[in-house]
Design a binder for this molecule. Structure first.
Ligand code: HPA
Length: 279
């Protein structure tokens, strides 16, 4: 069996047949958030499933492409449509784009997602800077043999979401004139939404928002030495916290309504990276 590093080298060689472009920043775009990369001036775009060892994206409103190009004046890689545990993929497959981005040259990982608001002030349409996460998926992308070229055996997670990138994002939201909340994201495997009892438990363990992605990619990103910035779009109050039932349609309707604000925040952050240099 080939090592993960070997599989990634094959994926990288495939991309390198088309372009020598080296992204500085990798963007992982969640449900309905593909438009965040609309302004990207593409150098090359690949359908995910054509890249060796990449899964196929199966979720509605996840486009399923990996695009390379300039966004906000910066060389970026945008994964429009991430992969999820609930699609049946292994955790190694889910984090493959993150590791590939690192091998292609990325230094910063920007993760976006849709999430349910647990904390009382987190309402649909709010943007929440992720200050930390709780991995409740039941898996970890680093289990098994540690492949040294991919990272160290026991990575420190005490500042998984880079402090200076968070400060920069807060400054940019303030300059743009819109509120930016901050909180802890709990990542579960899904695909069923949580029960109200699970939401009460999550609140008690310190979660402010809940979703079905992100935590595994961030662990792999930190392992790979990427600096991480995470922003959630709160699309609904979590289960049991409002009238009515939860649906993917509601999640998409909210991301669609607030995508411009979300895109502006990310674009501003990227312009700041371009101006200050990716440090
Ligand atoms: N729970 C889990 N995932 C989600 C939610 C939610 O309430 N909203 C958007 N993604």
């Amino acid at each position: 069996m080939k090592s993960e590093f070997e599989l990634l080298q094959e994926a990288k060689a495939f991309i390198r047949k088309t372009t020598s472009f080296e992204p500085k920043v990798a963007l992982l775009l969640g449900s309905g958030l593909g438009p965040v990369s609309e302004a990207l001036e593409p150098v090359a775009v690949f359908k995910s499933e054509t890249i060796p060892h990449f899964p196929k994206c199966t979720v509605v409103a996840h486009e399923g492409t990996l695009a390379l190009g300039k966004l906000g004046g910066l060389d970026c890689l945008a994964l429009r449509g991430r992969f999820h545990l609930y699609e049946g993929y292994s955790v190694r497959e889910i984090v493959r784009p993150v590791r590939l981005a690192r091998l292609l040259g990325a230094q910063i990982l920007v993760v976006t997602n849709a999430a349910g608001g647990i904390r009382a002030d987190l309402q649909p349409g709010d943007l929440m800077l992720i200050s930390d996460h709780i991995n409740l998926t039941g898996v970890n992308p680093l289990t098994g043999d540690n492949e040294e070229p991919l990272g160290t055996r026991f990575p420190d997670m005490s500042e998984a979401y880079d402090k200076s990138l968070r400060t920069l994002a807060r400054d940019e939201a303030r300059a743009a004139g819109f509120p930016l909340a901050e909180g802890v994201y709990a990542g579960l495997a899904g695909p069923s939404y949580e029960t109200p009892a699970e939401i009460r438990m999550l609140r008690n363990v310190g979660a402010d928002a809940v979703g079905m992605s992100t935590v595994c990619e961030v662990i792999a990103g930190v392992h790979a030495g990427l600096r991480v910035l995470g922003v959630s779009c709160i699309t609904n109050r979590a289960a049991g916290l409002s009238e009515g039932r939860l649906s993917h349609e509601e999640v998409l309707a909210t991301t669609s309504k607030y995508k411009d604000r979300y895109s502006e925040l990310i674009a501003r952050v990227l312009r700041r990276f371009a101006k200050d240099g990716v440090k």
